[in-house]
Design a protein around this ligand. Structure first.
Ligand code: SAM
Length: 260
């Protein structure tokens, strides 16, 4: 049985065993971990994870690949396959008391940003996440204010998680080869949040609107949401752009606008 990679599912399979070993070492799986893999594909990461941890839940959309995945991982451990779209998957369904989820995935690059925004909703039941992503996406996740990569994805991810870029992975490590460089990143929920916001949805909406027209000043992008005085009360100059604001300035503004 041979599987032909499907572009629409973002299928670029890992074939470089030294990179696979390095990813597994970075994850450092343990026997009783509650491991969840997104997009197991043919099992490049699934098999070694299963061999160490003994049990693993995977979420895979392509039903045609599942027989091969089962065959490749046979006898490695207890594999539970959820043939579902990860963007609709309820991660609470996998959560058992006291055991937070460790999420792993060589993600389909075409939907990696929506996947991260989806996972942000489950940050309270996540212990850590290790992802292979397009290098540009890792740069955006880790970007600081003032950097051109800094945007809504950076703010919302850094609000929930510590972001640690780990190492680069070249196109030759995959079959078929992607046209872009890749990188592994670790995301770990903050033990103590760097900021607190009473209304997370309002904070998220504010950040979204602020970055909706990146080149414009906040005086313009936020004009139907807040006054110049409210911007200044959060230590923001009305002529600044969203990409210049720290997490703290976003939270101060959100707290001024949405006091409970
Ligand atoms: N883990 C394998 C590896 O490293 O070789 C495959 C990685 S491949 C980049 C992405 C995987 O995600 C594919 O198996 C693909 O079928 C699966 N996938 C794509 N879209 C998905 C979705 N919406 N939900 C769940 N899995 C998806």
């Amino acid at each position: 049985m041979k599987h032909i990679a499907r572009k629409r599912f973002g299928q670029n399979f890992l074939i470089d065993t030294s990179i696979i070993d390095r990813i597994i070492q970075s994850i450092n799986p343990q026997v009783n971990n509650r491991l969840v893999e997104i997009g197991p594909g043919l099992g490049a990461l699934t098999c070694p994870l299963l061999s160490v941890a003994g049990t693993l839940d995977v979420i895979e959309l392509d039903r045609d690949i599942i027989p091969l995945l089962k065959k490749n991982c046979a006898d490695k451990g207890d594999l539970t396959i959820h043939n579902q779209d990860v963007l609709k998957f309820d991660f609470h369904s996998l959560h058992r008391t006291n055991e937070k989820l460790r999420i792993i995935g060589n993600l389909p690059y075409n939907i990696s940003t929506p996947i991260i925004f989806h996972l942000v909703k489950f940050s309270s039941i996540i212990s850590d996440m290790h992802f292979m992503l397009q290098k540009e996406v890792v740069d955006r996740l880790a970007a600081s204010p003032g950097n051109s990569d800094y945007g809504r994805l950076s703010v919302m991810t850094q609000y929930h998680f510590n972001v640690t870029p780990l190492f680069l992975v070249p196109p030759e490590s995959f079959e078929p080869r992607p046209k872009v460089n890749s990188a592994i990143v670790r995301l770990r929920p903050h033990e103590k949040p760097p900021i607190t916001v009473p209304d997370e949805q309002a904070f998220s909406d504010l950040v979204k609107q602020a970055f909706s027209q990146k080149r414009k000043t906040l005086r313009n992008t936020l004009k139907n949401r807040c006054s110049i005085e409210q911007l200044e009360a959060a230590n923001i100059k009305p002529g600044q752009r969203a990409e210049e604001l720290t997490l703290k300035q976003f939270s101060d503004l959100s707290n001024i606008l949405h006091q409970p």
